[in-house]
Design a binder for this molecule. Structure first.
Ligand code: PEP
Ligand code: MG
Length: 549
């Protein structure tokens, strides 16, 4: 044989070939799981464009392939309009300069999301991946005028209600409608995933903050929740006024009053998630984003809020200006919120524990909540918040006459926490590496603003990979490895995971296996990818070990 070349194949074909070859005794299961590219699995889980229609389609521009799949619909520029249009049975593409947690309902209603700004870990990208929804972000050639409701691209102007189509797997934006085809999960795919589960040692959890996503992830094989971001739960129409009232409070007493209104909602959220997850572990993170993200931005919205919560417009405006931060991602967020307003952490800890206690009483469920404190950089900071959490939980136990097991741990996402992980581990029962923030802070690259710079760096081969997608082993990875070693020195049985976007990236999964993490956590649609990548990491490590001998 003089020359060979591997035959190109679709994901479905690769699965069939691998399973058939194993059945025929040509390869073993370990080899079979290496015959499918983890990134190809996406083809099996998301809609794609009809290839015949795609041939005729007019491509307008290209942005970042932020969340895979294909989608087509009428464009809307505001979340509320998207929700209304979807309620009228229209297929919707939400077009924004960038999204924020306020746009969540519009994102849920949309088939796909297109943003002019933002990188691979911008709000739009992360949330869309979480929902398994197609998203093209950082599309710098488009001009979005949210006020006039127009989208300008390739010399054409699109108005509200015009059709466009998006390919989130490639980052392509097309004019008009292109038919999409739904995926079909074949039996062979199930077989190969079963083999992957038999081989892998790394657990795979999911990032989910509602029962729907949790259910989807369980169907994809998630073994727990590694990150439940609680902030999304406050944007619901019924809750946001109370949350805003809490932010605008002048005293602790007023804050507590608003929080007591939110407590039953939070508890119900957690009960819903625990019920879906059953005996699988659930890690819930305390509130993380800067508070001004929750406040209205325009005078018009402030007027509406003023009437809703009976607080003068001037006061809302003044407080919003006070809360403004030049670098919000380095500002008043994460555990710093719980240090300055411990009553927020108290409410959340109570909701987390009471949800578990009620399910124990009502259904005999034995839930072991894992409470995660974000953005810690100092042992004392963690100790301070942990004390609030533990004291609140003890009070619940006493009042209810019930106790249950629980863990308190932290995210490692500030470089100082990684460098001092031996100290942090005195307080933390688990570490979860928040590699989105850890990458941002290690490189000093804003995760929300540097999509274009990273693209140029990649074109110039300064970066081989986008460090917000695949972990930078040399720098960020070194901090992670250091923290693993230091954490184990203090607490040999410490539980270790990763919950940044990297947790669903095959190369990062391999790295996590090699450095001895217990689990990776990723958005529901990336769970099968991570399961396969974890199995491949075992096979690769075995082969390297054998060839070393
Ligand atoms: C992270 O920083 O990696 C993380 C998971 O938290 P978030 O993306 O919510 O900041
Ligand atoms: Mg973070």
């Amino acid at each position: 044989m003089l020359q060979t070349r591997s035959g190109k194949r679709t994901a479905a074909a690769a699965v069939k070939i691998a399973v058939d070859m194993e059945k025929e005794g040509l390869i073993d299961k370990k080899t079979a799981v290496t015959r499918l590219e983890p990134s190809q699995i996406d083809q099996l889980l998301h809609p794609t464009f009809d290839p015949e229609e795609l041939k005729k389609a007019v491509k307008l521009t290209k942005g970042l392939a932020a969340s895979p799949g294909a989608a087509c619909g009428k464009i809307y520029f505001h979340a509320a309009d998207a929700v209304d249009a979807a309620a009228n049975g229209e297929k919707v593409i939400l077009v924004r300069l960038e999204t924020s947690p306020e746009d969540l309902a519009g994102m849920v209603a949309a088939e796909g999301i297109l943003t002019a700004r933002g990188g691979m870990t911008s709000h739009a990208a992360v949330v869309a991946r979480g929902m398994g929804k197609c998203c093209v972000s950082g599309c710098s050639e488009i001009k979005v005028n949210e006020q006039n409701k127009t989208l300008e691209v390739a010399g054409k102007v699109f108005k509200e209600g015009d059709y466009i189509s998006l390919n989130g797997s490639m980052g392509d934006v097309y004019e008009g409608q292109i038919k999409t085809i739904m995926p079909g999960l074949s039996g062979d795919f199930g077989t190969i995933m079963k083999w992957a589960d038999e081989i892998r040692t790394l657990k795979v959890r999911t990032n989910a903050d509602n029962p729907r996503d949790a259910q989807q992830a369980v169907e994809f094989g998630a073994e727990g929740i590694g990150l439940c971001r609680t902030e999304h739960m406050f944007f619901d129409d019924e809750r946001i006024p109370a949350f805003r009232r809490m932010i605008l409070s002048d005293s602790e007493e007023e804050r507590r009053e608003a929080l007591s209104f939110l407590l039953p909602y939070q508890k119900a959220d957690f009960k819903g998630i625990y019920e879906v997850m059953g005996d699988r572990p659930v890690t819930i993170r305390l509130l993380d984003p800067p508070l001004h993200e929750f406040l209205p931005h325009t005078d018009e919205e402030m007027e509406i809020l003023s009437k809703q919560i009976d607080i003068p417009f001037e006061k809302i405006k003044k407080k919003t200006l006070e809360l403004h931060e030049f670098n919000p991602m380095l500002g008043h967020r994460g555990c710093r919120l719980a240090v300055t307003y411990p009553e927020i952490a108290e409410m959340q800890a109570e909701a987390i524990i009471m949800a578990a206690i009620e399910l124990k009483k009502e259904k005999g469920m034995e839930i072991i909540p894992e409470i995660m404190i974000p953005l810690v950089g100092l042992e004392k900071e963690l100790a301070f918040v942990k004390k609030t959490v533990v004291e609140t939980i003890e009070k619940c136990f006493e009042r209810e006459g019930v106790t249950l097991e629980y863990l308190v741990g932290t995210m490692i996402e500030v470089p100082r926490a990684a460098l001092t992980a031996d100290e942090i581990a005195k307080e933390a029962e688990f570490f979860s590496f928040g590699t989105n923030d850890l990458t941002q802070m290690t490189f000093g690259f804003s995760r929300d603003d540097t999509g274009n710079i990273i693209k140029e760096y990649r074109d110039l081969l300064i970066f081989e990979e986008d460090p917000f997608q695949t972990i930078d082993r040399t720098g960020v990875g070194k901090l992670v490895e250091m923290a693993v070693k230091l954490g184990k020195q203090t607490r040999p049985a410490i539980k270790l995971g990763i919950c940044g976007e990297h947790g669903g990236d095959p190369k990062t999964v391999e790295f996590c296996h090699n450095i001895g993490l217990n689990y990776v956590s990723c958005s529901p649609f990336r769970v099968p990818i991570a399961r396969l990548a974890a199995a491949q990491a075992v096979v690769k490590a075995d082969r390297e070990h054998t060839s070393d001998k």
